[in-house]
Ligand binder design. Sequence first.
Ligand SMILES: [Zn+2]
Length: 123
Amino acid sequence: MGIVLVHRPGALKAKIAKGDTVMIRRGKEKGKRGTVKAVFPRSGFATVEGLNVVKRHTKQGVGGAKSAGIYEKEAPLPISALQFVCAKCGAPSRVKYKLAPDGKKQRICGRCAEVAAEPAKGR
Ligand SMILES: [Zn+2]
């Protein structure tokens, strides 16, 4: 008996990117849509604006560094539970790739072939 590896960290190429519209496919917020706030490809998670919000009860920090209270914060969702939503046809769709004339890879909608926005750099 040993450790079962689910996947190698960083081995997954996330098809969704910051700024994309996504739909949640499972969990308590199934069917809801939102904009991707941040993607963490190494852990396979992403946060979505306004979805999967959890309340954090924060204690006052030492010397008043933080104020006590309840803060709402988006908790990361597994990327596998998120589905890309095309900005043009508005339908949840698969992401396909095509090569632009300049040789760059572009993400396109699997339904209407509309070119998706360039993934935003950084978080
Ligand atoms: Zn489309």
